[in-house]
Design a protein around this ligand. Structure first.
Ligand code: UDP
Ligand code: MG
Length: 326
């Protein structure tokens, strides 16, 4: 029987938190009753520097229920970092496997049994994959699918329609802890870990309360991070573009030379100015792309800590039975 940890990053989730805790508690009880989770399994809520009552709720509930644990980050560090801090905390508490979920329970928790079954069969990584995107808006659906295709094209190995709903075994967690990058994009890192993996399919629900904590701006930043953290193809693209430009300018040069010797009238002012603008723009674009990688190197070499845990509330083992007896 594995010791299971649920890890739930929460940012301003006061509207959904209590309901989420209730539903997950029921799920965990059922898993324990079915012999799929040990009694010292836990639900670990990570407060990602929320400005509302999120931490207050976690603190209160963790006092009432030993199965509820909490980690409070010292400030908002973003979903990926919050998730990582939870995963690493769970690992330090000696769990056998972790399941990461969003606080809004958009990901169907009824498939958790399947996750654990696959783990028991020997999988170290189990990916939760959405089998349709019917519930998404047209915009989100098309941009997301286009993004997955684009990533594939760039040679990045990510699982289609999989977000951060997954199970990781202790060996996978150990491996994950060795990835030291600051620009975290977990769904790109996890496939790099290896080990036996499998998929579980589910239907994604709508958020039952509150609103998305991923506004368009954050989503775009996240998407670009995914590309520049995992693919150097844009850099190669620049060199190719450079070669093409050289060839083109050579042709232009020959043309100018020929027209000079043939005594044709001066070439126009427009073409000169156009090419200046064009090349200027192109160079700017290329420098921009290079710059984004340099920026990455800059932040990676600094090796800044990716999160800082301010408080940790996890009841020690063996307390669950006592609490239940009371
Ligand atoms: N989240 C977080 N820190 C942030 C933004 C989001 O921990 O800075 C959490 C959030 O509380 C939720 C999960 O990340 O548990 C996914 O966010 P959300 O459901 O808003 O994203 P969406 O489902 O709209 O993509
Ligand atoms: Mg959500």
């Amino acid at each position: 029987m594995p010791k299971v940890y649920f890890v739930i990053p929460c940012y301003n989730e006061e509207e959904v938190l209590e309901e989420t805790m209730k539903r997950l508690r029921n799920k965990l009880d059922q898993l324990m009753a079915d012999g799929k989770a040990t009694p010292d399994s836990r639900m670990l809520f990570v407060d990602d520097g929320s400005k509302d009552r999120t931490w207050a709720i976690i603190e209160e509930k963790s006092q009432q229920d030993t199965l509820i644990g909490g980690v409070k980050l010292s400030r908002n560090r973003g979903h990926q970092n919050a998730l990582l801090s939870g995963l690493m905390t769970a690992q330090q508490h000696g769990c056998d496997c972790v399941i990461s979920l969003d606080a809004d329970l958009q990901d169907d928790i009824e498939v958790i049994d399947e996750f654990i079954d696959k783990y028991m069969e020997g999988c170290e990584v189990v990916y939760g994959v959405r089998n349709s995107r019917k519930k998404d808006t047209f915009f989100k659906r098309t941009t997301a699918q286009g993004y997955y295709k684009f990533m594939k094209m760039l040679g990045v190995d990510i699982v289609y329609n999989h977000a951060d709903y997954r199970l990781l075994g202790s060996k996978a967690l150990e491996a994950l802890s060795e990835y030291r990058e600051v620009n975290l994009f977990l769904r790109g890192i996890v496939p790099l870990i290896g080990y036996r993996s499998d998929y579980v399919y589910y239907e994604r629900q709508e958020r039952f309360a509150g609103e998305s904590k991923y506004p368009l701006k954050k989503m775009i930043r996240f998407a670009i991070d995914g590309i520049t953290s995992f693919s150097v193809k844009p850099l190669k693209l620049i060199s190719n573009l450079g070669i093409i430009m050289c060839v083109l300018s050579l042709i232009g040069f020959i043309y100018a030379l020929v027209s000079y010797f043939m005594g044709v009238a001066q070439s126009g002012w427009a073409s000169t100015i156009c090419s200046i603008w064009f090349i200027g723009g192109l160079q700017m674009l290329c420098i921009g792309i290079v710059g984004s990688y340099v920026g990455k190197i800059y932040s990676e070499v600094k090796q800044r800590p990716r999160y800082r845990i301010e408080k940790e509330l996890i009841a020690p083992e063996n307390t669950h039975k006592d609490a239940a007896a009371e």
